[in-house]
Design a protein around this ligand. Structure first.
Ligand code: GRF
Length: 193
């Protein structure tokens, strides 16, 4: 069974959706551990409540130390894939190269539109009519890796940012598990991967 680590920095709703997908066997895999660069992350507490192994990465001592620890945890607990779920630190090019095509991210817009930290709000402010969610492999850039799956979300007339955020997160929670399920089964990879 495919073993994966989840990295997060915040509330962890995507982590929770993945844990639920594993629990209900919609996603065939094992969560090796959940780790964060932020000791205060609500998602880390939630993961512990769910009975998952958790760890704080020592990013406070620098990115190098944080990544060394991440590498060691993956080795120790047999994580073959690293799944980013709202992880705010940018992984170094060296780290990405050593885990080439085995790190996945979810982004709340239709990439390449609206990369960066505020994908939902940027699309909403720009007044686009359709935005969405992207699951992609991580490369050395920010939100630039090969796209695995996308789901469109229409921005409704007069929609508030809060309502759009909620609908985007709902789309994320279903798309991430489905995409990882295909990926772990050796499907869903494009020839670019
Ligand atoms: C999600 O919108 C994800 O696309 C982005 O960060 C957010 C994390 O949300 N990369 P959560 O912590 O999973 O609730």
């Amino acid at each position: 069974m495919t073993s994966f680590a989840i990295l997060l920095s915040g509330r962890g709703s995507n982590m929770e959706a993945l844990a639920e997908a594993v629990q209900s066997k919609k996603l065939s895999g094992r969560i090796a551990f959940v780790a964060s660069d932020n000791p205060e992350a609500a998602g880390l507490r939630r993961a512990a409540e769910l009975g998952l192994r958790t760890a704080v990465l020592p990013y406070a001592e620098g990115k190098k130390r944080g990544e060394e620890e991440l590498r060691e945890l993956c080795r120790l607990h047999g994580a073959e894939w690293i799944i980013l779920a709202g992880f705010l630190s940018i992984l170094s090019p060296e780290f990405v190269r050593s885990f080439r095509s085995r790190i996945v991210n979810i982004h709340p817009s239709l990439l390449p539109s609206f990369p960066g930290k505020h994908g939902i709000e940027d699309a909403w402010r720009r007044g686009v009519k359709i935005t969405g969610v992207t699951v992609h492999l991580v490369d050395e850039g920010v939100d630039t890796g090969p796209i695995l799956a996308q789901q469109a979300v229409e921005i409704l007339p007069g929609e508030t940012l809060e309502s759009l955020e909620e609908r985007i997160h709902r789309a994320e929670h279903s798309l991430y598990g489905k995409t990882l399920s295909l990926l772990f089964a050796g499907k869903g990879l494009t020839e670019r991967c």
